[in-house]
Ligand binder design. Structure first.
Ligand SMILES: [Zn+2]
Length: 231
């Protein structure tokens, strides 16, 4: 099913379902999806039924929601649009990384497939967006990112910031304000699990990060980088 045949709402559902499962293996239920979408469980349940009828989702009764092959293809296409637009806004229009998500939410439905391809070409076919999220290629493939959450790294771990969750603009501003950006080298000094903080070293400074910030930052360690690139 091509982009233009889906309603804006359906496009949003497919993209949210795909991204909700991008960084976790936890099964996605109607109630989890309603939290992601900010809609009531009954309207989410209605939409899931409709998308299941269109052959885009499977939904075990009272169980988890999954994309079919056709649903996955449509979802990845939306993710590609979203992330290319975010990249364009930062690279060409001078947006900060905390400003692009909402703008891309609107534009991703408006631009044509032709414009998406033109954007990709002009940007030099980027493989990651301003938050480090992998940008799927036109054929639906996307680079694997073997990063782990900073909050789960043991003391002594050293690696580069590979991804920062773009869920909360405030958190992105906070993280940038600490001098942490994509590719910043970070070392974990100490964890204080009961205080909910982690001490890191970055750019010659020692920083105490709260868990919400450490959860949002993903690190690629030297060991991960040394592995042959997964294509
Ligand atoms: Zn992003």
């Amino acid at each position: 099913m091509v982009h233009s045949e889906l309603s804006t709402a359906s496009q949003d559902y497919l993209k949210v379902i795909w991204t909700a499962q991008e960084w976790t293996d936890e099964p996605l239920t109607v109630s989890a999806l309603s939290m992601h979408m900010g809609f009531s469980p009954s309207s989410v349940s209605e939409a899931v039924k409709k998308l299941t009828g269109q052959g885009l989702l499977t939904h075990a009764r009272y169980g988890s929601i999954a994309l079919t092959e056709a649903g996955e293809l449509a979802a990845v296409g939306m993710v590609r649009r979203h992330r290319l637009i975010e990249t364009f806004l930062v690279e060409y229009l001078g947006y900060r990384w905390d400003e692009v998500h909402d703008e891309a939410e609107h534009l991703e439905h408006a631009v044509s497939d032709k414009m998406v391809d033109a954007l990709a070409a002009r940007l030099g076919h980027p493989v990651r967006d301003p938050h480090g999220d992998p940008i799927p290629a036109r054929d639906g493939s996307y680079p694997a990112l073997d990063a782990k959450r900073l909050s789960r790294c043991e003391p002594g771990t050293r690696g580069q910031v590979a991804r920062v969750s773009d869920n909360e603009p405030d958190l992105l501003r906070y993280i940038a304000g600490l001098g942490l950006h994509l590719d910043t080298m970070v070392s974990v000094v100490q964890r204080q699990p009961y205080a909910g903080t982690i001490t890191i070293e970055a750019g010659g400074r020692t920083l105490d990060l709260g868990l919400p910030a450490a959860e949002a930052i993903w690190i690629l360690t030297a060991a991960d980088t040394a592995a042959p690139p997964a294509l």
